[in-house]
Write a protein of this length. Structure first.
Length: 467
């Protein structure tokens, strides 16, 4: 990269080391324009602008249920059922969400997004299905809860891909919604209206400087959406993000086999044009032929290793999927723990434990940490349709910095920095984070940490009295 004739922009970041589109480089200056886009990346430069140690692309978080952050730590006891599972966890989740108001949801979402930013995520796909009041009646403004998620993102500064969820039935047999599901439910026509309102909200956000939001469609799952509505939903968005839960639990697979005569991923691939706009979340319960077929579509597998471990979902077949060049990204899902390095570590360790092997994702040319990090960047950016995940001209300035002076990193270099962070340390190594060129985290703390945290504490104190 030549530095000839390239002026320093008003916004510049200088790093001792950086992982750019051309690999590891030293003394790198990154210039950012007023729209938050990278306009120059130049190596071997004198220090200038904001200075940092080890500069990396920041991570897209492709799957989150924001409100569940407030449940973290509340579901780790065993109930009456000796086979405690996802389904017993879901009962507790339904009981919890009965208490949530729009103010609560905004507060919880902002707090979770703050933690995401501190962990190195600069954008989030909010798989948003908490639409209505506890009795299932819409708010006077049907898009009230969508507005609250957007408001939270404007407080935290995270880039938002809003994914309003279609949820219309209680199972593959078309049974009616019940209990906690009432807050999620919409007919397809009602959902279409909601989506149009949400689209207008996102358009208003993007009329402001440094536009940092977009929208997609999210049928909840094959068991929660009819065949007809799934087809309609896929035509609602043209080429926007299209996300769906699939094949997370064995019971879900068994239900679909009875109802549809095929396994979930198998059925989707046989009946829909699954392509690069799709993100299939979890997909932990796939057979080898489903895994290879999904990889070949170019769709993204949305992996949430911490949540999948917490819920006992199972292990994604990452080794087979990688062998077929499958795209995948990382999500925080239930937000039981928001920790980027731990998501990547948990994914790799699950493969090692299953196969009794080591360095499963590593290649001859790149270390495990490097492969995991860059694959998650690319898959996340694709799933959220954001031009991010790379330090290169024309990309959004979603960036994170690690403390290169830390004892944890002093004895390694290049790919070794990523390996040491992912496998031997944690996200406390993160010093600074820029979302769309805006510094949102400095010295490991979100710039609005105090106000966001205080509001969240008030919310949690109220909820603890009500539960």
């Amino acid at each position: 990269m030549s530095n000839a004739g390239v002026p320093a922009a008003a916004g510049s970041i200088w790093a001792e080391q950086a992982l750019t589109s051309e690999g590891w480089q030293s003394r790198v200056r990154v210039d950012i324009d007023d729209a938050g886009q990278i306009i120059a990346v130049i190596a071997d430069q004198a220090p200038c602008g904001e200075r940092t140690g080890l500069l990396l692309p920041a991570m897209p978080n492709l799957h989150s249920h924001a409100f569940q952050r407030a449940m973290a730590g509340m579901t780790e006891t065993r109930g009456d059922d000796p086979q405690d599972s996802f389904w017993s966890w879901r009962k507790l989740m339904y009981r919890f969400l009965d208490k949530l108001t729009p103010d609560d949801v905004e507060s919880i979402a902002a707090y979770g997004q703050m933690e995401m930013l501190e962990s190195g995520y600069t954008s989030v796909g909010e798989f948003h299905y908490l639409h209505h009041q506890a009795d299932g009646k819409p708010y006077a403004n049907r898009a009230e809860m969508c507005e609250r998620i957007v408001a939270a993102s404007e407080q935290s500064g995270i880039g938002l891909t809003l994914l309003p969820v279609l949820y219309e039935q209680g199972g593959c047999d078309g049974r009616a919604l019940s209990g906690g599901q009432y807050r999620f439910g919409n007919s397809f026509d009602d959902y279409s209206n909601l989506f149009q309102q949400a689209s207008a909200i996102i358009a208003a956000v993007n009329s402001k400087p440094r536009a940092n939001a977009n929208i997609g469609v999210a049928p909840h799952s094959l068991r929660a959406v009819s065949k007809a509505s799934l087809k309609e939903a896929s035509s609602l968005v043209a080429k926007r993000p299209f996300h769906i839960h699939v094949a997370e639990q064995v019971a879900e697979v068994d239900e679909l086999i009875v109802a549809y005569g095929a396994r979930p991923v198998e059925w989707l691939l046989d009946n829909h044009n699954v392509d690069t706009t799709w993100c299939l979340v979890h997909a932990t319960q796939m057979l080898a032929h489903e895994t290879s077929r999904l990889a070949q579509t170019g769709a993204v597998a949305g992996l949430c290793p911490i949540t999948e471990s917490n819920l006992g979902d199972g292990i994604f077949d990452g080794k087979n999927y990688q062998a077929h060049n499958g795209a995948w990204g990382i999500g925080t899902d239930s937000n039981v723990r928001i920790a980027l390095s731990e998501e990547l570590r948990t994914l790799e360790y699950s493969q090692r434990l299953r196969d009794r092997s080591r360095s499963v994702y590593a290649t001859k040319g790149q270390s495990t940490g490097r492969v995991l990090f860059e694959a998650a960047l690319q898959g996340g950016a694709q799933a959220l349709q954001r031009k991010t995940g790379c330090i290169a001209v024309g990309y959004q300035a979603d960036l994170m910095a690690l403390n290169i002076a830390s004892p944890a990193l002093v004895a390694v270099e290049n790919d070794g920095w990523l390996d040491a962070w992912v496998f031997a340390n944690d996200d406390t190594l993160i010093t600074d984070v820029w979302s769309c060129g805006v510094l949102t985290v400095h010295d490991g703390r979100h710039v609005s940490q105090k106000s966001i945290t205080n509001r969240y504490l008030t919310t949690m104190q109220k909820l603890s009295r009500e539960l």
